[in-house]
Design a binder for this molecule. Sequence first.
Ligand SMILES: Cc1cc2nc3c(=O)[nH]c(=O)nc-3n(C[C@H](O)[C@H](O)[C@H](O)COP(=O)(O)OP(=O)(O)OC[C@H]3O[C@@H](n4cnc5c(N)ncnc54)[C@H](O)[C@@H]3O)c2cc1C
Length: 596
Amino acid sequence: MTNYVITGAGAAGLYTAYRLLQSGTLKADDTAKVFEWADRPGGRIYTYTFPPKFGGNGLYCEFGGMRFATDANFPSAAKITEGHVLVQHMIIDLGLQAKVVPFQQSDNRLYYLRGVNIYEKDISSLDGLPYGFNAEFKNFLSANTVPKPYTADNILGAIGALFAPTLGASNADRGRWCTYYANGKVGPGAGTPSFPPGTLAHNMGYWNLLYDQLGDEGFDYSADGTGYTSNVINWNAADAMQANNDYSSTTSYQRLDGGYGLLFDALAEKVTALAARYPASGIFYGQQLKGLVESETDESTTCMFIDHGKSHDAVYHVKADQLFLAMPRRSLELIAPGCPSSYMLNNEKVRYFLESSIDQPAIKVVLIFDQAWWTGPDCKYPPNLALPTGAPANTPKAQWVGGATITDLPLRMVYYFANNIPGGPGTSAGPYVMLASYDDMNYSNFWRELEVAGEYKTAPSLIDQPLKGPTPVPVNSPLAHTLLKQLAEVHGIEIEKVPVPTAVYFQDWGQDPFGGGYHGWAAHYNICKAMDCVRAPYQKILDQPARKTYIIGSCYSFDQAWVEGALCTAESVLQDFVGLPPLNQYIASYKLICTG
Ligand SMILES: Cc1cc2nc3c(=O)[nH]c(=O)nc-3n(C[C@H](O)[C@H](O)[C@H](O)COP(=O)(O)OP(=O)(O)OC[C@H]3O[C@@H](n4cnc5c(N)ncnc54)[C@H](O)[C@@H]3O)c2cc1C
């Protein structure tokens, strides 16, 4: 009898449970249990349906992940090898193809940088940009092929082309990227005194490198104009080359009509149905892993849980023969103090690798309006929007969708989702959903402090807001006022003409137990080695191959800002350590992770 224990019912945990339970390899008396702290599946995928009082029949917004990249064959054919391969195969396996629709973005984005409005297609020279670019930056533009318009995406793309030339962006190139992560060096034409030719790319901080190449103002423009501050922090330059060139904000994506959460609800349902065949198996919500102890008599682990439905003092124990810790760095760090000092998570050699992933805090603030004021006559700088796919040509502008509008104001990015009830709004005039702030890193803190009303009521470290779901914020709160002021500025409309929203919702992924919305590899780490070692710390770091404890999830993956990374690390462990065959023939040749 084997007890499989999975902690965390996010993408990685649910996928692992699904694969184990449908593999046909479990014996009749085996158990498979998933323990999840929150009261729902999905982790950092959180599709929230607004209460009907806000006028929508199924109106929703994604407070976590919202889109995925696809293969040209998807969803009509089984041969899926490009884009987020495992995500697409799961959508097919779970029969959700009919829900797949394009994630529509603006093709001429609106920017508001340093008080100046400008549309993307007008950035054909540096002239209209309010930055004091130095000679270094201008030399960079003339010496390198930077496609026009000179957007931040195109500048970061040119950095990638200079430092990681000809590596490609197809999934077939993932192996070459792994080689680059481990051994990529500054080439002869790209060096400077700070980073001479031969410097290993993974030993450079990306901010350091951008500063070196673009100068201070060139860096500031690239940072302001990319929307995601996480793209330009001082993370591992080798990783940044890949991440900023692979999937950028201009890549075309798809989504599920009704929300990404549909995939994880379906996966959880499937796991529950499959688990019914095994004793005491299933998904258990409201269960917080507090600590772990290695058995002294065999290779198992004792997991200590708190049941949040009962007394918080009542810790109960569960034996795990195979343990899958399906959670990010910060969640693991919160468990470590509850383990003996000799436990794996507290081991110095393991911690070396656990600290290779940087938490990237991210927040979303979503507003609901009765009027789509950004399409009205008072708005001097309206966003460029697209007719929703499949909607009649005479659909009113208010129902058009798009984004991101990008600004250096703390709100950073705005998306316009109109009336996004599943199946389309029909003749309904509203309400309208706006992702009014999507930002990360230092900008998250701007909104976090505004969201707190008065003095803190609990220790900030005990606020587990992201576990509970989006927090409704009063429409006349400091947060709402500040956001409306910035929205007015970005769109060139008088603040008095911006209507009061009917609802404001806030989600802060930087809080515990997540510590970040997504992650990036830290500089001065060999990414391949870290990715390979973290997933199986006993086998790869501690030389104790009989202990079967694995760390999975997007945090330590090839795709740290994507569900795909969570599924890839899980699939790699199931293939390499549990002995399952690949999910299907296409996965057999797909580079799941880097090893080194
Ligand atoms: C704002 C935002 C935007 C994003 N955009 C996209 C996107 O568009 N597309 C995309 O593919 N990805 C996107 N991502 C990333 C994606 O959501 C994540 O990479 C992915 O969901 C991570 O899955 P995971 O299983 O690795 O971890 P998680 O989803 O973090 O799952 C970990 C689980 O462990 C649970 N847990 C933690 N501690 C404990 C404990 N002590 N005991 C029990 N349970 C515990 C958590 O509650 C959680 O359910 C986005 C993320 C955010 C936040």
